[in-house]
Design a protein around this ligand. Sequence first.
Ligand code: G6P
Ligand code: ZN
Length: 579
Amino acid sequence: ATSRRGSLFSVKASSVPSTAEDLKIRTIPTKPVEGQKTGTSGLRKKVKVFQEGNYLANWIQALFNSLPPEDYKDGVLALGGDGRYFNQEAAQIIIKIAAGNGVGKILIGRDGIMSTPAVSAVIRKRKANGGFIMSASHNPGGPENDWGIKFNYSSGQPAPESITDKIYGNTLSISEIKIADIPDVDLSSVGVISYGNFTVEVVDPVSDYLELMENVFDFQLIKDLFSRPDFRFIFDAMHAVTGAYAKPIFVDRLGASPDCISNGVPLEDFGQGHPDPNLTYAKDLVKIMYANDAPDFGAASDGDGDRNMILGRGFFITPSDSVAIIAANAQAAIPYFKDGPKGLARSMPTSGALDRVASRLNLPFFEVPTGWKFFGNLMDAGKLSICGEESFGTGSDHIREKDGIWAVLAWFSIIAYRNKDKKIGEKLISVADIAKEHWATYGRNFFSRYDYEECESEGANKMMAYLRDVISKTKSGEKYGNYTLQFADDFSYTDPVDGSVASKQGLRFVFTDGSRIIYRLSGTGSAGATIRIYIEQFEPDASKHDVDAQTALKPLIDLALSISKLRDFTGREKPTVIT
Ligand code: G6P
Ligand code: ZN
């Protein structure tokens, strides 16, 4: 692949030096570019923005300017991506700037492919200093759509805000880029290539990750489930990165039939889809799972493979329920947790279903702000094993990212474990049975999220400011329709491990019956503002568990819209996505 940067970033193979003394580093003058502040999960912008001038190169150089030299000089960095448009070109730029800054080795997935969880696994297994992930996660890909970059640290977790703030600071004063004069590296086959002291190793993107999964799960248990004629599943890779993982793991290793996988080939534009596994964007899968002849189990994963959606036959498992159900069954069904989980955690807007599991199993429990990075410290401190977020993220301390394939394997394990003594012909315990049984034991936390995407920033910000003002005047005990306010606040979190404080993490109205309304602005969008409203209500009475969530939550949803005056501030009548 030749670079659009042309002469700036590519050199012809013939001019390439081959010894260490020869590795030629050039210093290119540059100027700061605006708008390089990272959001919830790295830097995400339209592809066109990244293609402009030194936009990407500036950010990468600013990153090296922000890290202590011992964190990368002569060190190893992983580099992966979700296969989206611009990754090939970006990989070459990142490799050259890494070499220019004295990195010793880049470990890159074949074709630049490696899922976010696999990058985390590779960093940990190979004891790398960190790694880059080229992805805008679930945002659409292609020339007109999004690109993104994230940086993870040596334990495999997303870089903390202290680092990303520093990077941003450095983007504002950057004046030069250090770049090695090496040719574009051929990423199409596994192998090692060195230029002086700098090495690029192209690795199989699946093998380290697969080995980890084999250690976490009882693969024989899952294999036995897959070999049953009365169990069928479908996994939708949404033409994104898990396409590269699904066949080697589910088919080649666990014996599933190849037609269990749909949209299994990663494409640069994700087949023009929106690779976000939810009820709106994974509509092909939803259609299959709600049809008369639906398989027993359905799942999907997002662009970079860290999100997941779990479905039974005609049955949606909310992410909040999914993590609770996994936690409740983990010790029995998953060898990695055979001594029981150390602790459980969820993000603030995620429903309280997990809290109930923690309290029954007597486990330490944590509520953190939105963003997977907040789980890392707890895991490193040995306080946390299983965690999840309402935003379709579920995972554990096997790595430091949420993990879509892991979540699917966890569900396979639970289904397999619950049915392992069933004879062929006996009715299997279904996904829906498992969920309903869970609710009967723990109660049901009805939950829904309303998203208003690409609102005008001004209106969205005004609405949040208005709500802050409302909150400042609330008093405990006030009536809101049939609900009585317990408290309202702007969520703030103090990390119990390092004492760092994250404030303004979401506006919450918590009522005396445990119901909650939460308002947040998304930190992952790339255009305008996305308002999220999270609505939750607890129902202990099993006779009321079969009600549709939208019906059960209607009064709270109406209340959420009236408290916020959302329609007035945004002009929106309806959400763009409901999950
Ligand atoms: C990314 C992060 C998640 C987080 C989500 C929130 O996916 O990895 O940990 O929950 O963003 O996104 P939002 O758009 O709500 O800020
Ligand atoms: Zn993702």
